[in-house]
Ligand binder design. Structure first.
Ligand SMILES: [Zn+2]
Length: 218
């Protein structure tokens, strides 16, 4: 009777040990993988998430082109990208002013300057039109731009709203007259594509005639 008890106990012990060994075989590597992944996640550089751009270029660009048939959106987008990169250098690296962007006077003053940092790896991910307004005084396109960069090695992702304006009046408040470079005739409308006097095609350089009037985080 006693022997039977010890034999059963022995068999149970063997079965339990066998099960434990199998469990260790199955779960051991899983546990090791989990620990490894945890360690990798802990050591991985922190990444910031790209901001989504809320734009509707397909709605606003046709409106802009109706008023200004010679507007070049690709040139404007390239100018927005340059502006954002220059803005970051002015804000964080102590660069005194915009050098490559054509900006309105007064765009510099609201910039919250925090010099002494290093901005690197600037990438403007996306640029889209988010608003277009034309009055008698001016036409203003608002662009949204999502940008990623590192600030002293730390990744940053931001979204900016940029206003791009064409003044239709000069500094004295007079209606700005656009004059044909070929015959000197005065254009009657901003949407004119051909001079009514001499038939010359009207080409306004987007980069030279439009200027940035505002850049803010959005
Ligand atoms: Zn002309």
């Amino acid at each position: 009777m006693h022997y039977t008890f010890y034999i059963i106990l022995g068999v149970v012990a063997v079965v339990v040990l066998g099960l434990l060994a199998r469990l260790a075989g199955t779960f051991g590597p899983m546990l090791r993988d989990a620990l490894l992944m945890f360690r990798l996640a802990k050591d991985a550089p922190r990444t910031a998430e790209t901001k989504t751009v809320f734009g509707a270029t397909s709605i606003y660009l046709p409106q802009v082109l109706r008023d200004f048939p010679d507007f070049h959106n690709n040139d404007a987008i390239a100018a927005v990208k340059t502006l954002v990169c220059e803005y970051l250098a002015i804000r964080y690296e102590g660069i005194p002013r915009f050098a490559r962007s054509i900006v309105a006077e007064g765009l510099l003053s609201p910039i919250d300057r925090q010099p002494g940092h290093t901005v690197k790896n600037e990438i403007v991910h996306q640029v889209a039109m988010s608003r277009y307004i034309k009055t008698k005084e001016c036409a203003t396109i608002t662009y949204q731009a999502s940008v990623g960069y590192t600030l002293d090695g730390e990744p940053v992702e931001e979204r900016y709203a940029v206003e791009y304006t064409l003044s239709l009046r000069d500094e004295y408040g007079e209606k700005q007259t656009l004059v044909c470079p070929q015959c000197g005739g005065v254009y009657t409308s901003t949407s004119q594509t051909v001079c009514v006097y001499c038939g010359a095609g009207i080409v306004r350089d987007t980069i030279k005639s439009w200027r940035f009037t505002s850049i803010t985080l959005s």
